[in-house]
Design a protein. Sequence first.
Length: 132
Amino acid sequence: MNRKLLNNTQRINHPAKIFGVHFPFRLEPFVYFMADSLSIDYKGGYWEMYEIGNGGFYMAPQGETFQVSCRNGYEGTLSGDAFGITVCLYAYSQMAFSEIPELAETCAEHYHLLREYIFEHEEVAAILGAID
């Protein structure tokens, strides 16, 4: 399954098409909050955005590694890409319980699309350890 890096125009339009106004006001800030809560190495920065071949979407910080400590007991180091996937999975999972039905449904759908994608990722074992 492939992924496509979104260009500057697509960075605005693509998430809006999927999540509507909930992306900039709810989901994107929550992704950054989750990143901060999962890694002491996370200090903010520019995140790339990707469209996955199955219709999924995720964001990832550029080219760094992150020491991760999860509530499930997992501790390890993830690449920026794997960290972004992990953070998005956490955010989608939490937002799937939103009081806004369309946001909850969309986040639940994108959780499953992104989780399907990780089985082709070179860090699949670490991502699964962090989310399960």
